[in-house]
Design a protein around this ligand. Structure first.
Ligand code: 3PY
Ligand code: MG
Length: 255
């Protein structure tokens, strides 16, 4: 997967990668994000309405516009993970990881032998429905990114163990759920949330693991890029569209 190699090289060089969450079920919007130059899109099965048959068209939209499709699974179950990968996701992003054991189970579901026990089928979109030679496919498939989300204060004392899990590519911090668990729901700029994100980032840095975070302002994107976070998820398709519409309506009414 060419895009995946470019993406991983950027991370290795310490560069930043940017991409929005996508709640759309229409591949046109994924293409727009790709043609705009984003590095990745996160196709959201946790908070968006898309199902698996719609998901495959969103992944196709990502392929034609040259952007890496990451799927945020609806949970950490084997089915949620392997179906997304079978459809050709460049990586999976799993929400609400609660323990080291759960992190290990995710790797097991996402990787083929010898790294894991992913259910085997080569008649899937990711294997070009069996056109990809089998050895080539199973090796390439094991390159898909595994991104784990930590977003609750109860998981903070398990971070060392999670960061040591083999096969983890990126530790993603969810500021919104984190803010709720810290007792300030939605206040992602609250000092307690900033402190928690800073500490997680530092701990990951010590462990040599790339971090990611969600931002919905340019200020927070700059803040977290400055702190060394490389995988920056910038806002959400529907939020971006709402903001653009609001600005247009405001300007039209000011004429
Ligand atoms: C969170 O902030 O909780 C996320 O999952 C990313 O938007
Ligand atoms: Mg969350």
């Amino acid at each position: 997967m060419k895009d995946l190699k470019v993406f991983k090289d950027k991370l290795k060089k310490g560069e930043a990668v940017y991409g929005p969450f996508m709640k759309t079920t229409d591949a046109s919007f994924v293409e727009c994000a790709g043609y705009s130059g984003f590095d990745f899109v996160i196709l959201d099965m946790e908070h968006g309405p898309v199902g698996f048959s719609g998901l495959q068209n969103l992944i196709r939209g990502a392929a034609v516009s040259g952007v890496l499709p990451i799927v945020r699974t609806y949970d950490s179950s084997e089915t949620a993970i392997s179906k997304a990968l079978d459809l050709g996701a460049g990586g999976i992003q799993v929400p609400q990881i609660q323990s080291v054991e759960e992190a290990k189970e995710v790797i097991k579901a996402a990787k083929y032998f010898p790294k894991g026990e992913r259910g085997v089928c080569r008649f899937v979109r990711a294997a070009k429905y069996s056109s990809t030679p089998r050895n080539e496919y199973f090796e390439a498939a094991n390159e898909a990114l595994v991104i784990l989300q930590v977003e609750g204060k109860q998981v903070l004392n398990k971070l060392d163990g999670i960061l040591a899990v083999k096969g983890l590519d990126i530790l993603f911090i969810g500021p919104y759920d984190l803010s709720q668990s810290l007792g300030v729901p939605g206040q992602v700029s609250h000092p307690a949330v900033i402190e928690a994100i800073t500490n997680i980032t530092e701990q990951a840095k010590q462990a040599g693991v790339v971090t990611g975070v969600f931002c919905d302002t340019f200020e927070s994107a700059a803040l977290w890029r400055g702190a060394g976070i490389q995988y920056l998820s910038y806002s959400v398709d529907v939020g971006i569209y709402t903001e653009a519409c609001t600005n247009i309506v405001r300007k039209l009414h000011s004429n």
